[in-house]
Design a protein around this ligand. Structure first.
Ligand code: AMP
Ligand code: GLY
Length: 429
């Protein structure tokens, strides 16, 4: 089976690493990929918004399956493009069409979807710029803190949590009238603050059947002790100690099943991953957001814990035969520590030479994100540069591997959190 993975991050390197392990994997291409994906398959310079160039590549290279890493091509209709042209009729796509991708593409839509389908979520209301006065009145009587969300995709920056009404009002105006996030904040969702612990739950579905993948916890803030600005994710661990059997049963009953049956009931075909961003509030799951893809860096701890053949699972999903597929997970603990460029998530420099990759000990897996090769040197080319995944019998053992790998490499300005997993020690004993 020839496979094309779309994307360039640590998530896509992890997908390539896992897919390549399948005996059924023929040629593997990653577009555009990074220095790490180039060691798993062949990187292809393609723009993810140029669907016709991707389509031409698929035909020329007899691609059987396209795995879409990030959300943007899905929200923009990549699947719809492929389905609309019968030259691609034999090609499977992992990732929903536009009607499914809107679960991530519009917070307003996803809030409505959750409400219609009885999926537990924070109570909320959506306002547009012409409703600014009603929005302000709504904020004034809202409980604190107030959560403001840009409706559309805002590169992970569209959520503002205001500690008081004044701050909320000024941010609200900035978003709705000042177009702080451009078109994405033409609508703003104002929602209740959920006080709990976050976790990420993933399923693979063909629209009928679903398989639950290992859960993970992401560390979003740049600073230790969860301080400072939000990032794409600074580390992750799996399993999540507080996501025990009882909690996961609730997640399946109250969140996953109503979501899958809601998609069916609303006539939304869906083939791909659903990423449930959840808040555990006193043992009850609430959905903070849906994403229509895997998480990054969660993928870097989820996939190493899947012992079954991922490519077979993806193919089964693409063929609508997921019900008969089997997913097996390993009881081992995985951790990943993300190494970032100095300055990230603010402005940062690229092109720094990475040293020490040869000195990474056996054991941990190095997943590249923002890296590229130039004149045989590996250079930084993004904010999140690489993710060091460790695997072990305990979280301590996994973290030891992650940090040994992190300590081995270096570049000017390298930054990473030293406290990944620390908050979970109380749970894991
Ligand atoms: P999102 O962009 O939807 O992932 O939101 C970014 C982050 O904001 C989440 O990971 C949460 O930490 C936080 N957040 C979003 N919605 C809420 C909420 N209703 N209550 C508390 N925290 C929230
Ligand atoms: N790590 C969170 C995300 O992928 O959205």
């Amino acid at each position: 089976m020839n496979v094309l993975i779309l994307g360039a991050g640590g998530r896509e390197h992890a997908l390539a690493w896992k897919i390549k392990q399948s005996p059924e994997c023929g040629s593997l291409f990653i577009a555009p990929g990074n220095a790490g994906t180039a060691t798993e398959g062949t990187n292809i310079e393609l723009s993810l918004s140029d669907f016709s160039a991707i389509g031409d590549f698929v035909l020329k290279n007899d691609i059987d399956l396209v795995v879409v890493g990030p959300e943007a091509p899905l929200v923009d209709g990549f699947r719809d493009y492929m389905e609309g042209d019968n030259r691609f009729s034999g090609v499977g796509v992992i990732g929903p069409g536009k009607t499914g991708a809107i679960l991530e593409g519009s917070k307003d839509f996803s809030k409505g979807f959750m409400e219609r389908n009885g999926v537990p979520a924070a109570s909320s209301r959506t306002f547009t710029a012409i409703e600014i006065e009603q929005a302000e009145a709504y904020v004034r009587q809202h409980s604190l803190p107030v959560v403001l969300k840009a409706d559309g995709l805002a590169a992970g920056k569209g959520v503002i949590i205001s500690p008081d009404h004044e701050d909320a009002l000024s941010n609200l105006k900035d978003m709705l009238v000042g177009e702080r996030f451009g078109e994405a904040s033409a609508k703003v969702v104002i929602e209740q603050y959920l006080d709990g612990i976050e976790l990420s739950v993933f399923v693979l579905t063909d629209g009928e059947a679903y398989k639950i993948l290992p859960a993970a916890k992401d560390y979003k803030r740049i600073g230790e002790g969860d301080t400072g600005p939000n990032t794409g994710g600074m580390g992750a661990v799996s399993p999540v100690p507080f996501a025990n059997e009882e909690f996961m049963r609730k997640v399946e009953e109250k969140v996953i099943r109503p979501t899958i049956s809601g998609l069916k009931a609303e006539g939304i075909p869906y083939t791909g991953f659903i990423f449930f961003g959840l808040m555990n509030v006193d043992g009850e799951p609430y959905v903070i957001e849906y994403n229509v893809r895997m998480g990054d860096p969660e993928t870097q701890v989820v996939l190493p814990r899947i012992s079954s053949d991922l490519l077979k699972l993806l193919k089964a999903a693409a063929d609508g035969e997921l019900a008969s597929a089997i997913i097996e997970t390993s009881p081992e603990v995985a951790s990943t520590v993300v190494l970032v460029s100095g300055g990230y998530p603010g402005p940062y420099q690229k092109g720094k030479q990475i040293t020490g990759l040869d000195a990474v000990p056996q054991g941990p897996v190095v997943f590249h994100a923002g890296t590229r090769v130039k004149d045989e040197h590996v250079l930084t080319s993004g904010g999140r540069v690489m993710a060091m995944t460790g695997l072990g019998k305990s979280m301590q053992a996994a973290l030891k591997q992650s940090y040994e790998a992190a300590n081995a490499v270096s570049w000017e300005g390298i930054t990473y959190r030293k406290d990944i997993g620390k908050d979970l020690e109380a749970f894991s004993g």
